[in-house]
Design a protein around this ligand. Structure first.
Ligand SMILES: O=C(O)CCC(=O)C(=O)O
Ligand SMILES: [Fe+2]
Length: 318
């Protein structure tokens, strides 16, 4: 299967890996690796997050973003570099862009941090925000670990390779609100919901959003729209896994475009989970991924050093 130029991302069933026989498991590993080696994105079903919890989480998230600005700002702490709590409109600008993204978001991180990461902050006005976000965090941490096992096998590493590196890692659940665009004529030049970017982390797990808009940059330069079906999540490679594998697994550029004019005044909600390792994980490219045809591309760094660099580029850290 040549997945490089598909109009859609490949769709896989995680139960083939978790409960399947060795043939099904092997096929899952090969398909996942092949997709990550080409388009960098897959859709996954039987991922562990049930529909009721997803709906509840969206309800809590929408309730939070509907609060008055002054209340939301109580949860904004610039000294945490946007790593916990609320990050207001106009605060994050994609690497290499001038106009800030048209979004606001809320970050819930590792409930049991080991390194320098701060404790979580929860809004007291939304009674179930904490339980819903932490429950989804816990589930996606497990789903992420399962997928990293498949990735380890694909890379011919021990299946448990990532386990110690992501244990109590710095993953983040990001609840995003792309607010209504009241007057498209006064938008700053080039301002979009999320400008083209690669994710920082190892892998990203994205449950179905409330509206379309997500696009992925295919290797031939074409933007392809993707929508997760209700029973699927979208999973993509982030820059850290790209570095570790010397670009064998590809962190694919993606963006969220503004809606057509007649839908400008509607909100879009989306909730990605960014699977991060612990800050001390060494991202030096694996020797098996470096060769004469594929020379080493990246400077050696730990995950913590790389995150720090990226937070500065995003304008979240001075
Ligand atoms: O909102 C989406 O669908 C994607 C968001 C995204 O790419 C990100 O926050 O990194
Ligand atoms: Fe992203």
């Amino acid at each position: 299967m040549d997945t490089a130029l598909l109009n859609e991302i490949p769709s896989l069933d995680m139960s083939d890996f978790v409960k399947g026989n060795s043939v099904q498991k092997g096929k899952f590993v090969a398909d996942l690796g092949n997709a990550f080696n080409t388009i960098g994105f897959v859709a996954i079903k039987n991922h562990g997050l049930d529909e009721t919890l997803r709906a509840h989480l969206y309800r809590s998230v929408q309730e939070f973003f509907s609060l008055p600005e002054a209340v939301k700002k109580k949860y904004e702490f610039p000294e945490l570099f946007g790593q916990r709590g609320y990050v207001g409109k106009g605060k994050e600008t994609a690497k290499g862009f001038k106009a800030a993204d048209l979004k606001e978001f809320y970050h819930v991180g590792q409930p049991h941090p080991t390194g320098a990461m701060p404790e979580n902050i929860f809004p007291e006005e939304v009674s179930e925000f904490k339980t819903h976000t932490l429950e989804v965090y816990r589930i996606f941490e497990e789903t992420g670990k399962t997928l990293l096992k498949a990735i380890a096998i694909y890379l011919e590493l021990p299946e448990e390779y990532f386990e110690s590196r992501v244990a109590q890692g710095d993953s983040i659940l990001r609840a995003l609100h792309y607010f209504p665009i009241e007057n498209p004529d006064t938008l700053e030049e080039g301002a979009v919901r999320a400008a083209a970017h690669g994710d920082i982390n190892l892998i990203t797990l994205l449950m179905g959003a409330s509206a379309e808009g997500l696009e992925v940059l295919r290797r031939d330069g074409q933007w392809v729209s993707i929508t997760a079906l209700p029973d699927q999540i979208v999973v993509n490679v982030g820059d850290m896994l790209d570095r570790l594998t010397n670009h064998k697994l590809k962190s694919t550029i993606h963006r969220v475009v503004n809606p057509p004019r007649e839908k400008m005044k509607t909100s879009r909600y989306s909730i990605p989970f960014f699977m991060h390792p612990r800050a001390d994980m060494d991202l030096t490219s694996l020797e098996s991924c470096v060769s004469a045809e594929s020379p080493k591309r990246y400077v050696d760094m730990t995950a913590g050093q790389f995150l720090d660099e990226r937070l500065r580029e995003l304008g979240l850290k001075k």
